[in-house]
Design a protein around this ligand. Sequence first.
Ligand SMILES: Nc1ncnc2c1ncn2[C@@H]1O[C@H](COP(=O)(O)OP(=O)(O)O)[C@@H](O)[C@H]1O
Ligand SMILES: [Mg+2]
Length: 262
Amino acid sequence: MTGLAIDVRGLTKRFGERAVVDNVDLQVGEGRICGFLGPNGSGKTTTIRMLCGLLKPDAGEGTCLGLDVIRQAREIKRQAGYMTQKFGWYEDLSIRENLDFIARLFEIPNRAQAVNSALQRLGLVERQDQLAGSLSGGWKQRLALAGCLIHNPRLLLLDEPTAGVDPKARREFWDQIHRLAGEGITVLVSTHYMDEAARCHELVYIAYGKVLAHGSESEIVEQAGLAPGASLEEVFVKLIDRAQDNFAAPPKAAKFAKGGRP
Ligand SMILES: Nc1ncnc2c1ncn2[C@@H]1O[C@H](COP(=O)(O)OP(=O)(O)O)[C@@H](O)[C@H]1O
Ligand SMILES: [Mg+2]
């Protein structure tokens, strides 16, 4: 491997006429935590699904974990951990039973050991017999993360993993992400929370399917054309304003043509 866990160029996905991911280049080094930011509908989930081998790009090339994103998608699916925006667990199964079920899906040879290891890594040993349906939001997210780790992935793609989770649980979740990165796991994580963005090693900002900035906090401040010390909020407002000018579709004239109110 090149030292890059993600290394793609020109990644593009069209739905109908519209490119919802448009010529995206992305390189993320091993063991890095890369925050993936952008407004709703900007193409984050679609990008993540192409990176983990679930969705075939219409154009572009590159590798995840050294595997070709087009030709080796199946292998990437097996080696990367993907946490969807709405992770599904069985409410009437315990934490342990849920993890055991996922281990079966991945056809993991030594299931009990894999489940025990995931329970330990996420601090779930004492709660392993608790029903998933009875867990608070924060513990459910931890179960979801444990599920992503069961097959020992070296790359985690986390899609808004802490949406709707309280601040304390979010902080603990992020402590966990940092521990995993410390073990050499690469993490691409989408979020709308600025405090979480601040805990990433690097940030990618996307809108209209295009990468608008990528780098450390100070680098993206510079890319946004702001003075050093500008906040991440200021950066994003600036980037999205600029993107609106450059990429937003013009308002539909027809709507206003008959003199009616819009
Ligand atoms: N399967 C699909 N078919 C058609 N349009 C889609 C599909 N999936 C996503 N889209 C559209 O692509 C755009 C980007 O969506 P998405 O990648 O989910 O953005 P984000 O995760 O940043 O909110 C949105 O406008 C969405 O409606
Ligand atoms: Mg999304």
